[in-house]
Design a protein around this ligand. Structure first.
Ligand code: FE
Length: 281
């Protein structure tokens, strides 16, 4: 039987991708961030031995557009192309999927959980998914894990509530647990912590809020589920509402899962956070 073995919450700041592509991970500004992920990489590869990752991310009007923004979209393909976000296609291996596992998850969500997702047979993936992959996994000609992309609309309002995202995580866990193949699955929730990239509050950071969020996601996620979008945006900037996606990860792991890694780095315009949690199984 497949099982959820780990949860990861991480930021997906796009400039991280450019740093990777230029090989500047050891530059003074970025080394503290990349160093924090080195133990995560070895933990995922050697300890929890992850086979598949369900990545909860948002598309930033790249493969989707404001003309049509699905609330929840799940990839159901054997492969996902790297999208061109306006600077050319990044030199990364394409993301390999697992068609049979994806199809099971889609069926389970629709038939058993009443999550009427958008099913994507063709999906190009961008920094919301690729930056967390860069941070948590090394790759040669291919990535060491297969991926199921789950795209969440955090741009075109009305967007899903934090509680709805948490419930999606619980539904995803049940979907994993009803798949009859032996697989170790990690669930990754992505999105920036405090940041606002427009208007009078451009560059707004709230490091106190971000650290409070990291505390709560570990021990009291219900407090975060009770937050409204307005409260999140008011506290931490408009784009911080991406944090609702971390709650999908938290819903997918057990209440008593324990934290393994935690990091926070905020010298620029976005609070960059990391938490990993290991399930009790
Ligand atoms: Fe984002």
């Amino acid at each position: 039987m497949a099982r959820v073995v780990a949860g990861i919450g991480t930021s997906h700041v796009p400039s991280i991708g450019a740093v990777v592509d230029k090989g500047e991970q050891d530059s003074p500004a970025w080394k503290p961030l990349f160093d924090a992920y080195e133990p995560v990489k070895s933990w995922l590869a050697d300890e929890v031995k992850v086979d598949e990752v369900i990545v909860i991310y948002n598309d930033h009007a790249c493969d989707f557009s404001f003309a049509k923004y699905p609330t929840f979209a799940v990839g159901m393909s054997a492969e996902y192309e790297i999208a061109d976000e306006g600077f050319g296609v990044r030199p990364l291996p394409s993301i390999k999927g697992n068609l049979e596992f994806s199809a099971h998850i889609c069926r389970h969500l629709v038939y058993e959980e009443e999550f009427d997702i958008t099913i994507c047979r063709d999906m190009k993936v961008e920094h919301g998914l690729l930056v967390p992959m860069n941070l948590c996994f090394s790759h040669g000609e291919d990535w060491p894990v297969r991926v199921i992309p789950v795209q969440v609309n955090v741009l075109q309002h009305p967007i899903p509530t934090a509680l709805r995202c948490y419930k999606l995580g619980k539904a995803l866990r049940r979907a994993v647990e009803t798949y009859g193949h032996d697989l170790n699955v990690a669930v990754m929730g992505t999105g920036g912590m405090s940041h606002q990239l427009h208007g009078e509050r451009f560059g707004h950071l709230n490091t106190e809020f971000d650290n409070w969020f990291l505390n709560k996601i570990e021990v009291d996620p219900q407090a975060l589920c009770d937050m409204t979008h307005d409260e999140m945006m008011d506290q931490a900037g408009a784009e911080a509402v991406e944090l609702i996606m971390w709650l999908t990860m938290r819903g997918a792991i057990t209440d008593d899962a324990h934290r393994i890694h935690r990091n926070y780095y905020a010298p620029m315009t976005t609070g960059m956070g990391l938490i990993t949690m290991q399930d009790t199984l």
